[in-house]
Design a protein around this ligand. Structure first.
Ligand SMILES: [Zn+2]
Ligand SMILES: [Zn+2]
Length: 250
């Protein structure tokens, strides 16, 4: 598997990065995890506008899904070749309604489904292209999922947005790469069931026995170095900060 960080800013974009979006490729199949603010532009640095094979939305906060509204425009009003075929989109209950409402004036209430094939995510195991994926609800104010992606004996786990979560620990068990949010800073923000801080991300990585940890979803108002230091103090394996355009062979 190849992972490309399309955008990794938490909550709102920074001058350097779009919000959450990660491209996962294997066997020529392209799965995009989340499409937050600014991600559609950055995505085009890494793959063609119409070359995605599936999208997984961890939850419906704007910083994880809102660029799907403008991606709808690109697929619905495509100038050459006509309207795009429906792209599989996996998201929580109500994803189609949320995106349609956010767009505000789609030609009809069902226009989104003409270019997106919506699948409602529940906790469980299923296939997306060549990937076997496992999803579980995590600790966030809205219905939110973490995802474990397996291919060719290798494993990537993405936390989505979550506070401390036993379900996340299980999904990350022995993962080769654990892409984990660390939006909060230990001692600065302390709101349960919302986000992890750097220490908690490191502790989750240690409990799960992952082989490497990449911290992501750090907001522009947070010092990433502090969160990185806290994660390294809690987890003995390799830890990196996600950066736009970074790639990982898993
Ligand atoms: Zn978020
Ligand atoms: Zn969120």
């Amino acid at each position: 598997m190849k992972l490309t960080v399309v955008g990794c800013s938490g909550s709102f974009p920074s001058a350097e990065s779009a919000c959450s979006s990660y491209l996962v490729e294997a066997d020529g199949f392209r799965l995009l995890l989340d499409m937050g603010n600014g991600a559609l532009g950055e995505l085009q640095r890494h793959c063609g506008l119409y070359d995605l094979d599936a999208v997984f939305l961890s939850h419906l906060h704007a910083d994880h899904c809102i660029d799907m509204c403008v991606y709808f425009v690109a697929r619905y009003y495509r100038h050459e070749g006509g309207r795009c075929d429906p792209l599989p989109v996996y998201g929580p209950e109500g994803t189609e309604h949320r995106l349609t409402t956010a767009y505000a004036d789609t030609p009809s209430a069902s226009s989104m489904s003409e270019v997106f094939d919506f699948h409602t995510v529940k906790p469980g195991t299923f296939e997306i292209g060549p990937f076997t994926v496992h999803t579980e609800r995590v600790a966030h104010p809205v219905e939110a999922y973490a995802i474990r992606i397996e291919h060719g004996g290798r494993t990537l786990t993405y936390s989505g947005d979550t506070g401390v979560s036993e379900a996340l620990d299980e999904l990350a068990r022995d993962a080769d790469l654990f892409l984990c949010e660390a939006a909060f800073t230990d001692g600065k923000e302390d709101i349960p069931d919302l986000h992890l801080n750097g220490r908690e991300a490191g502790e989750a990585a240690a409990r799960a026995g992952v082989r490497s940890l990449v911290l992501t979803h750090i907001p522009p108002w947070t010092d990433p170095q502090i969160n990185l230091d806290h994660a390294r103090a809690a987890y003995p394996g390799p830890v990196a900060l996600a950066a736009p355009g970074a790639t990982y062979e898993i």
